[in-house]
Design a protein around this ligand. Structure first.
Ligand code: NOJ
Length: 763
């Protein structure tokens, strides 16, 4: 019956202009549910369907088209526009509609900064420092909300154990606990106390679910995994972000165990709504509803819409299908008005939470207050970006303490990434401007002034593979290739190296090589750069490699050639200054890898928390019929949690407060951490647990806690971790979350490979 009423309202609206008269919004003082219920009652079906549409501004959808849609009440939210005048104009239109004035919300991909670009997410995760994470979240929210935005498509918490996948750059690494912790802090720092606040944004955690496990690391590919692995390893970070209050969920493009996430009512309703109690919005990813046809779960666009809305997709991102097919589906009764109302309710819920019904201009401020220059230097937060960026730089190698460098003599600064303003920002660099970023060359010059002679040469292009260049420059010209021959460039670099005391070479990937749709089957540094590194090595000068990249690379040769190596990721607007801080010892490196670095692509997937297998390989007692490769080591080149410092840290044995734990009790594990070197510094103590015997095989170790600690040279500190039965729980074969009695190992280390252990019994 209900749909009949709405249908008559819809038809009535078209025939009877009286119905087009202004209708007031409910009283914004009403509690959310009452408000939204009252508002829904006032809405026509077309108005409701309009709320379900999320429209992207872009070359194929210019602002004029969108203005037309807004005027017809066909839009619920906009993304990809980032200036206050544009946003204000669109909001004005929505607020001047003749009948119901439901404000729009405005979203953007603020993944690692809006105008001031912070390190890419994988770099941020390398800090293992939740204060640094919170700084980047808070500044992103300030700058995004100052631009008039209400929502960001972040955090991206897809666990990935496959560096071939270009989107590992956007995530927080391979580990469930670390990702969940950082995801939680990002939500808290971006949304603040209330997403309606002047300097807060609502978050939309993505990509639900398990997008990071695409087969072969090939983007948009299939995901298939056991329920245990899904619930134990892959879902907790999304859940942590939602428990922290994230108002949005972006649904993944992949299928999971055969069902595309966009068509997965189990995932979007049973898990997300019923089990987890989520009341915010679900948003499909770009064009995902259309893609249900190619996935083979819908035979036509109309059917795709029916499947998506019934599965629990509230807003459709960038497609025309909801507006085209929902009216007919409602008319035929295939989709009920209740189903439409359910989706609209969630959209209105988040608009209410964003405070838009109280003030549609809350993030825009009064007319006339828009910044005269959107890109003004004064709008940036450089000090914060530099402080965070230097904590994201992982010291991988430092032979004979070649680092830190003294600010004296002469330095050759070489490499295709040494002076690239665009690359240092990384992919998804929101409204960041390359012109405002500091390259490594500039950072070094800023650090040394006139004290040091800096000899710069590009040395090589990022790649000389014409097909790859064409691919990377397809949508925007991001790679400027030097027209000189490789021989000319190399000769210039060798000459610069020969007249310098030390070489710093910035090598790796262009930012576009680690992005969406940027999977690789070869994770080495491109060949032309490897030739350059070999030529530099041949000069005999100390060689320091600064590697910029958006994924773990296979760095076996580089590890052999370099005297020192820094994993810089893409460190953002202040990246060059931050790297110089580390090179010259103005900052003592403290970052740790959030992903294992394979020796070769053949080892993938490689992750520290694997199961033991029935035939574990022992390198101290190698046996043929054990689990290993005969042409490659089992272990990574650099393990999860690894990173050096200019000082040395030592850890005492692990002390437990008791050797048994009651089922309703807890015990503590303590270690004394000592800075045994001669420089002040920060490191990360990592707590791992292992269940020795259980009803299903459990990982050799799992991260369950960490502490980022600063110690002065010579200083010691006792670190205490509380252990509780909750930390010992896992999904058993019947999918019950339980902690089984028995022995557990407690391991504490400064990386995942070298740990001190003790053990206790859960009663
Ligand atoms: C597609 C990407 O998968 C997603 O991460 C992003 O947020 C949307 N496009 C919007 O730009």
């Amino acid at each position: 019956m209900k749909w009949l009423c709405s249908l008559s309202l819809l038809i009535g609206f078209a025939l009877n202009p009286a119905l087009a008269q202004t209708t007031d919004l409910p009283d914004p003082a009403l509690p959310r549910d009452d408000y939204v219920t009252a508002l829904l009652q006032k809405m026509t079906l077309p108005e409701k369907i309009g709320q379900l549409r999320l429209i992207s501004v872009g070359p194929d959808n210019p602002k004029e088209n969108i203005r037309d849609m807004i005027e017809k009440g066909q839009v619920g939210a906009i993304f990809n526009t980032v200036t206050r005048p544009d946003i204000r104009q669109m909001q004005d239109q929505a607020m001047q509609l003749p009948r119901l004035k439901v404000p729009l919300f405005f979203a953007y991909d603020i993944v690692h900064g809006q105008r001031t670009i912070f390190p890419i997410s994988l770099g941020l995760a390398s800090s293992w420092n939740l204060d640094a994470v919170a700084t980047s979240g808070r500044i992103s929210a300030i700058e995004g909300s100052e631009d008039g935005l209400n929502m960001t498509w972040a955090p991206m918490v897809d666990i990935s154990r496959d560096p071939r996948w270009g989107r590992v750059s956007e995530g927080l690494g391979e580990d469930t606990f670390l990702t969940a912790e950082i995801g939680r802090v990002l939500v808290q720092s971006i949304q603040g106390k209330n997403p309606a606040d002047r300097h807060a944004l609502m978050t939309s955690v993505k990509h639900f679910a398990a997008y990071g496990a695409v087969e072969g690391g090939r983007d948009y590919n299939t995901v298939d995994m056991s329920p245990q692995k899904l619930f134990q390893d892959y879902l907790p970070p999304y859940k942590a972000a939602l428990d922290a209050g994230s108002g949005g969920v972006m649904v993944a493009l992949n299928s999971l165990n055969g069902t595309p996430a966009t068509a997965d009512s189990w995932l979007l309703k049973d898990v997300l709504r019923t089990q987890w109690g989520f009341t915010g919005i679900t948003v499909s990813d770009h064009g995902a509803i259309k893609e249900l046809i190619r996935h083979g779960v819908a035979g036509s666009p109309r059917e795709a819409v029916k499947v998506a809305i019934k599965s629990g997709i509230n807003m459709s991102m960038s497609d025309e299908y909801y507006i085209r097919y929902l009216p007919g589906l409602v008319e035929s009764g295939e989709v009920t008005v209740d189903e439409i109302d359910d989706a609209v309710r969630h959209v209105l819920n988040v608009k209410y939470d964003m405070g838009l019904f109280r003030d549609a201009y809350a993030h825009l401020g009064p007319v006339g207050s828009d910044p005269a220059d959107t890109n003004a230097e004064s709008r940036l937060h450089r000090a914060e970006a530099r402080a965070v960026a230097r904590q994201s730089l992982v010291l991988l190698k430092n032979r004979l303490q070649v680092l830190p460098l003294k600010k004296q003599g002469s330095i050759a600064v070489i490499g295709p990434l040494a002076d690239s303003k665009r690359d240092i920002m990384g992919s998804w660099s929101a409204a960041g401007r390359a012109a405002q970023s500091v390259t490594l060359l500039e950072g070094i010059r800023n650090a040394v002034g006139s004290q040091v002679t800096v000899n710069y040469a590009k040395g090589a292009n990022v790649t000389d593979h014409q097909g790859l260049l064409a691919y990377l420059n397809q949508y925007e010209q991001t790679i400027q290739s030097d027209p000189r021959t490789p021989e000319q460039m190399l000769a210039e670099a060798v000459a610069a190296a020969n007249k310098s005391d030390v070489i710093i070479a910035a090598v790796g990937e262009a930012q576009g090589m680690a992005h969406e749709a940027s999977s690789r089957s070869d994770i080495t540094i491109p060949a032309i750069q490897r030739q350059m590194i070999a030529a530099l090595k041949a000069t005999g000068k100390p060689l320091i490699l600064v590697v910029m990249n958006g994924r773990p690379l296979s760095l076996v040769h580089e590890d052999q050639q370099a005297d020192a190596m820094i994993e810089a990721w893409f460190p953002g607007t202040e990246g060059g200054n931050a790297i110089a801080d580390v090179l010259f010892g103005d900052y003592n490196p403290s970052a740790k890898l959030p992903m294992s670095f394979p020796r070769s692509v053949g080892q993938i997937p490689i992750y520290y928390n694997h199961l033991p297998s029935g035939r574990p390989y022992r390198f101290d007692n190698p046996e043929k019929y054990t689990s290993h490769y005969y042409d490659e080591a089992n272990g990574p080149l650099y393990p999860f949690g690894y990173g050096l410092s200019y000082t040395t840290f030592t850890l005492s044995e692990v002390k437990l407060s008791a050797t048994t734990m009651a089922r309703d009790g807890s015990i503590t594990a303590s270690v004394t951490l000592t800075n045994s070197g001669s420089r002040d510094g920060r490191t990360v103590a990592q707590l791992y647990l292992h269940d020795r015997v259980s009803s299903i095989s459990r990982p050799v170790k799992e991260l369950k806690g960490f502490q980022s600690v600063f110690l002065k040279a010579g200083e010691s500190q006792t670190l205490t971790f509380t252990l509780s039965p909750d930390m010992l729980k896992f999904y058993n074969q019947q999918m019950q979350l339980i902690a089984e009695p028995g022995k557990f190992d407690v391991m504490i280390g400064l990386d995942s490979a070298r740990v001190n252990s003790a053990s206790f019994t859960l009663l």
